[in-house]
Design a binder for this molecule. Structure first.
Ligand SMILES: Cc1cc2nc3c(=O)[nH]c(=O)nc-3n(C[C@H](O)[C@H](O)[C@H](O)COP(=O)(O)OP(=O)(O)OC[C@H]3O[C@@H](n4cnc5c(N)ncnc54)[C@H](O)[C@@H]3O)c2cc1C
Length: 475
């Protein structure tokens, strides 16, 4: 048995945990990070990077096909083998050496093994060489992420369905794939596998894909998936599942059946807090960890939770934002320095509440930040909604023939600032940061008139938003 003491213990070396340790170390603390699988976590190996890797080939082919002069150069379909190979390069073939080397280079100790709490500020790591007992002088941060949620459907576990991990690490495309769930993961994987020639069926319990997005965004993605040959079954649930020699068979609540070579379960996430010994510190195993805006677990002065596990915004960039705040505030509190915990202060994750940017890499892409019109209306604010057809913009017609896209701005009428923006169209992902800045900085619409978009870019939509709103009204 080995025993060591650090200022900070971070459990989980995903993108989020790495950043907590990095910022705390930069703030003068000693830190150890514990990792049970791969340094870099879900995003690097089974989520963001491989999924975007699988989607990129289809997107590149579609982009070329949308431009006369380029489309003639596209002589075949997407090559799944090439896409899988490129994905494997992006995941470093599931080898975390470079990320582990980076930890060492910034003086963060790494212990490989499964961590569990044994008491206040006390964590034991089970490693093949024996237990390592860690004690934290100041804080412990839980950054253990989330797992795919497996719905309790009779027979489902028995058919050995794919989770997002299998879908992003597969080495060949199945002939047919049934996807349970119509959220981001379901829609992105439907887009990727349809581009590989897989016959995809989506089974969606609700009445829409991408719930939570603007209705026009959901409709555009649904229409394009259907155009790509994806069959979408809405308002039905799987009631039981079994496997024949060659296929999975799913019985649906409307009495029909879906038969597919493989099944992907993409029905949400569950906190990765089982087996973490949370009972030893008075918390519930398997529960999300509720935190305040400084990422401190409610009711504790030494325990923090960042990233997916706190259930605030299950996105890498948002988790890393929390991590920067947490690393800084842990260092500040340890040193007795001022804690800047006012709204938009350095030590809080204020943007988690209403200004979360997100891109869904479907065809078309959906890039959104802030509140939808529906969500903004429910806050009781006086709002105005400006919609604009992106195809009317000169930059859009230069970008692609028959460009289709749409944008919406949600405006707080009383304060004359933006509350939310959604772009739907080809390659709109890169446009969302401007909207994020405008919302976080609460830029008055009258000042936005002076933020001139370059011609001819699709960003001229900003000018169109303002013109539609009216110069006098925003003065
Ligand atoms: C298919 C898919 C695609 C996605 N695409 C995007 C995207 O494009 N953009 C985006 O922003 N987000 C995306 N996400 C979400 C993103 O992956 C997560 O928000 C992010 O990975 C969360 O990071 P984290 O560090 O909190 O958790 P993780 O990355 O899961 O890291 C947690 C780490 O903790 C370790 N761990 C857990 N328990 C223990 C323990 N007891 N002891 C030691 N180690 C432990 C795990 O092994 C893991 O490495 C996607 C998710 C999925 C499923």
């Amino acid at each position: 048995m080995v025993a060591r003491e650090y200022d900070l213990i971070v459990i989980g070396a995903g993108a989020v945990g790495e950043n907590v340790a990095d910022y705390a170390t930069k703030g003068g603390l000693t830190a150890v990070i514990v990792e049970a699988e791969l340094v870099g976590g879900e995003c690097s190996y089974w989520a963001c990077m491989p999924s975007k890797g699988l989607l990129r080939a289809g997107a590149a082919v579609r982009a070329a096909r949308a431009v006369d002069g380029a489309k003639q150069a596209v002589t075949g379909d997407v090559d799944p083998a090439g896409a899988f190979a490129r994905r494997t390069v992006l995941t470093h073939n599931w080898d975390d050496t470079s990320q582990a080397d980076w930890l060492a280079s910034v003086d963060i100790d790494l212990v490989r093994g499964h961590a569990h709490f044994t008491g206040e500020r006390a964590v034991t790591v089970s490693t093949p060489e024996g237990d390592v007992e860690l004690t934290a002088r100041h804080a412990v941060t839980v950054s253990t992420g989330s797992d795919p949620l497996m719905p309790d459907i009779p027979g489902l576990a028995g058919i050995d369905p794919w989770t997002s991990r299998n879908a992003t690490s597969a080495t060949e495309a199945p002939g047919s794939l049934a996807i349970l769930g119509g959220g981001v993961v379901g829609c992105e994987m439907a887009t990727a596998y349809a581009s590989f020639g897989t016959k995809v069926t989506m089974i969606v319990r609700g009445d829409t894909l991408l719930a939570g997005q603007e209705p026009f965004a959901r409709e555009a993605v649904q229409a394009s998936l259907e155009k790509a040959g994806v069959s979408i079954r809405m308002g039905v649930e799987v009631t039981k599942a079994h496997r024949t020699e060659s296929n999975a068979v799913l019985d649906l609540s409307d009495g029909s059946r879906v038969v597919a070579a493989q099944v992907l379960v993409a029905t949400g996430r569950t906190p990765r807090t089982h087996g973490l010994g949370l009972e030893a510190i008075g918390l519930t195993s398997g529960a999300w960890l509720e935190v305040d805006d400084t990422l401190r677990v409610k009711g504790y002065d030494w325990l923090y939770a960042t990233g997916d596990v706190n259930h605030r915004a299950l996105l890498t960039h948002q988790g890393k934002y929390q991590a920067r705040a947490a690393g800084d505030v842990i260092a500040a509190r340890a040193a007795g320095r001022h804690v800047d915990d006012a709204k938009w202060g350095r030590h809080v994750a204020s943007a988690d509440h209403e200004v979360v940017p997100q891109v869904t890499f479907t065809d078309p892409e959906v890039a959104s930040v802030g509140l939808t019109a529906d969500a903004a209306g429910k806050t009781g604010r006086s709002i105005r909604v400006i919609d604009y057809d992106l195809s009317w913009i000169a930059g859009a017609s230069a970008h692609a023939d028959d460009y289709e896209g749409r944008a919406r701005a949600v405006i707080d009428e009383d304060r004359q600032v933006l509350l939310g923006v959604t772009f739907v169209g080809p390659d709109v992902a890169e446009m969302i940061q401007a909207a994020t800045i405008a919302i976080v900085a609460e830029v008055p619409l009258s000042r936005l008139w002076h933020a001139v978009p370059a011609y001819p870019t699709v960003n001229e939509v900003w000018l169109r938003f303002l013109e539609t709103y009216g110069r006098e009204e925003s003065a």
